[in-house]
Design a protein around this ligand. Structure first.
Ligand code: SF4
Length: 165
């Protein structure tokens, strides 16, 4: 049984990109390990783990936690922003887990890619949306078969494309 506690930031990102990709990833069906994007992702994850290994929420692989104007702020740096809404969903997940886990009053978030900065708001609506999303992800992963592939722009660069086309 897959439960919301097993959800990671990467899974939220995949869910916001493609539900089939999220299902395959959550079921430990491995993407093409030689794919350039997978190799780059692994290297970045290893670097982040090294820097955050003593932090109690080390399983949340965001880049930076700081305090700005009395609030905690999570910053995530991206080398590219192919899917801004997925990057924002992933960051909102980190904000949600920290806010609920540490009982924070407010938390802020930003995704930085080169000169572009995306702000992610902590509001009752965004937090309720994330709580709902986590329930939906758990329900998706618990279905016995993946959703059918839906061709979209990101398919060409997706490491799971050999499972779909
Ligand atoms: S190739 Fe396209 S449909 Fe298949 S998992 Fe990747 S994004 Fe989803």
């Amino acid at each position: 049984m897959f439960t919301p506690e097993l959800i990671t930031g990467t899974l939220v990102n995949y869910y916001a990109t493609c539900k089939r990709e999220a299902w395959l990833y959550a079921r430990h069906i491995h993407a093409d390990q030689e794919d350039d994007n997978v190799l780059m992702g692994k290297t970045l994850a290893e670097l982040k783990e090294t820097r955050l290994q003593d932090f109690p929420f080390a399983h949340l692989h965001f880049d930076k936690l700081s305090k700005e104007r009395g609030h905690y702020c999570i910053t995530e740096y991206k080398k590219t922003l192919k899917n801004p809404s997925a990057a924002k969903a992933q960051l909102l997940f980190y904000m949600y887990v920290l806010k609920t886990g540490l009982r924070l009053k407010k938390i802020q978030g930003k995704v930085v890619c080169k000169k572009q900065t995306l702000l992610v708001e902590d509001t009752p609506e965004t937090m309720a949306h994330m709580a709902q999303t986590l329930e939906e992800i758990a329900a998706l992963v618990n279905t016995p078969t993946p959703p059918p592939p839906v061709r979209q722009k990101v398919c060409g660069g997706c490491a799971y494309r050999n499972y779909c086309w």
